[in-house]
Design a protein. Structure first.
Length: 532
């Protein structure tokens, strides 16, 4: 009997069970994130346990493992076998571990969904905290806001560390050195190669970042009337210093009173990547009890794609909406004749690349004029400033990526070290931000990814490199898109060369087919050096 004959009936039986559970879980997760409902959280936990039991089945794993390296007639079956084997390999745990992981996940998800910082005795949103850090000259208020942004850390630290230990024990039982290494391996990534790319990004950004950071520090020191060496984290513009300084181009003014949904519909529509159906099912604005972050979710791999945001009439929110809709149009662009399991992005870094790519457009003068209604003079002036500002934004986020990736790898490699101090060691090394005086607190725990989406952050810098490769194609082949306009020919390129293939091809093969090159850091580095 061939591999195909053995695997096909197993796959059919497996999907009969998993497909409806996957949809049910996605809908429960959506409700939990958008409402904070305890009932929805309980459903998510129960479904996580049920799914965990399916993927922990030893007989299923043994069958999949027995087919490894064999001959296949159907490449689609072979590809689905690859994904299932990875999934089952990382899920071979006992019932108690499955239940405990689901319990910890629920505790953390509920905490992040419902937590609000407190300033002046009043609960405030993350958006309010960012507004203070962007606009206030009151150093005491800024410090209070920054501390409020970290206040969830002590609440969740013990649970996060308990989860880290559980994940590491699972990885060790499965033959891996730690959970982080296991996760990247099962994502078809080599840890050492990933960190070689990160080393390249560090080396390429060191000089430009030192120049940018020195200029920013001088401005901040002058603004607050203090010496540069007295700058602390609350003097920067957001709680983690992952966003660029406030724009001198004042892009926020273009969104006052504007309907950002309609702007997004117009842009993506002209690119022939319509977002109307996505937006109709999305949850876009702040309210109590709702998760304060942003994400896009593919509910059923049948076209039900949604994004959750917390929009305000600001340029940053416009960028966030375009980012999340980048994920969305990718998920809507699969060839739905593909098998269900292959209706997914070629890799997480590929969908992040498209999302990052879409986030660039709202800084373009032509984009501001056509979609945000800016007059041509102001739009042109804004773009002249924003070209450098985009490079500064990229450098800022790259240095933040380096903090997160190096910290998370070190956390899982040795969770018994002083991780609170390790965090600030990384911040000082990569971001060049002075740690607070006499503070020893789990500030890193305030970053939701470290708690709920572990071993994911490396996809952002890798996705950034891919986005720069796609922009290089755009510069050379699609001048209308390069101007910042919705170019249906560029949309067609993305659809035909990337989206429709789903996960049929390994991600780097798909990247090479679309851009002519495998993963490289050179185009992103060139963009920084052109403008900074």
């Amino acid at each position: 009997m061939t591999n195909d004959q053995t695997f096909a009936p197993f796959l059919e039986s497996h999907l009969r069970t998993v497909v409806p559970l996957n949809k049910e879980s996605a809908l429960a997760g959506w409700e939990a994130a958008t409402t904070g409902s305890p009932e929805a959280e309980a459903r998510v936990e129960a479904l996580d346990i049920k799914m965990g039991e399916i993927f922990a089945n030893p007989e299923s794993y043994a069958l999949l493992k027995s087919l490894e390296g064999g001959e296949w007639d159907d490449p689609y079956l072979q590809r689905q076998h690859h994904f299932l084997l990875n999934a089952f390999t990382g899920s071979r745990v006992d019932h108690e571990t499955i239940v405990e992981a689901a319990r910890l996940d629920t505790i953390l998800r509920t905490a992040f969904n419902t937590h609000r910082g407190v300033v002046g005795g009043k609960e405030v949103s993350d958006g309010d905290l960012k507004d203070i850090l962007r606009n206030s000259d009151d150093q005491s208020l800024r410090k209070t806001a920054w501390e409020a942004g970290k206040a969830i850390g002590p609440k969740v630290r013990d649970t996060v560390m308990e989860f880290v230990a559980l994940r590491n024990r699972t990885a060790a039982k499965l033959g891996f050195s730690d959970y982080y290494t296991m996760s990247l391996t099962l994502q078809d990534l080599d840890v050492d190669r990933v960190f070689r790319f990160l080393d390249e990004l560090e080396a390429a950004s060191d000089g430009p970042w030192s120049r940018v950071k020195a200029g920013l520090d001088a401005k901040l020191a002058g603004r607050f009337g203090i010496a540069v060496e007295d700058l602390r984290p609350w003097h920067y513009q957001d709680p983690f210093f992952q966003e660029a300084p406030p724009s001198e181009a004042d892009l926020d003014r273009f969104y006052d009173g504007k309907d950002m949904e309609q702007i997004a519909k117009a842009f993506f529509g002209e690119m022939d990547l319509p977002a109307d159906e996505i937006l109709a099912k999305s949850d876009l604005y702040e309210r109590p009890g709702k998760n304060q972050h942003a994400f896009c979710t593919d509910i059923d791999h049948e076209g039900d794609v949604r994004t959750m945001c917390n929009l305000r009439p600001k340029a940053a929110s416009m960028g966030t909406l375009c980012h999340e809709l980048g994920h969305g149009v990718y998920a809507k662009g699969y060839d739905f004749n593909l098998p269900w399991m292959l209706r997914r992005a070629a890799h997480g870094l590929m969908t992040e690349a498209v999302a990052i790519l879409m986030e660039y457009f709202p800084r373009k003068g032509a984009w501001l004029e056509r979609y945000a209604g800016a007059d041509p003079v102001h739009a042109t002036a804004a773009e002249a400033l924003s070209a450098r500002e985009q490079a500064v934004a990229d450098l800022t986020i790259v240095r933040w990526f380096l903090v997160m990736c190096h910290f998370e790898r070190a956390l899982y490699a040795n969770p018994n070290q002083d991780v609170d101090t390790l965090w600030w060691d990384m911040v000082e090394r990569f971001q060049k931000v002075n740690r607070p005086d006499n503070r020893h607190a789990p500030d890193w725990c305030a970053k939701i990814h470290l708690a709920l989406w572990p071993a994911y952050y490396h996809l952002y810098p890798l996705g950034g490199c891919v986005a720069s490769q796609l922009r290089n194609v755009m510069r050379n082949r699609f001048p209308k898109a390069e101007q910042g306009l919705g170019d249906d020919s560029f949309g067609c390129f993305l659809s035909t060369e990337i989206f429709r293939h789903g996960a049929v091809l390994p991600w780097e093969d798909l990247l090479e087919k679309a851009t002519g090159e495998r993963l490289t850091t050179k185009y992103w580095a060139e963009e920084w050096n052109r403008s900074v």
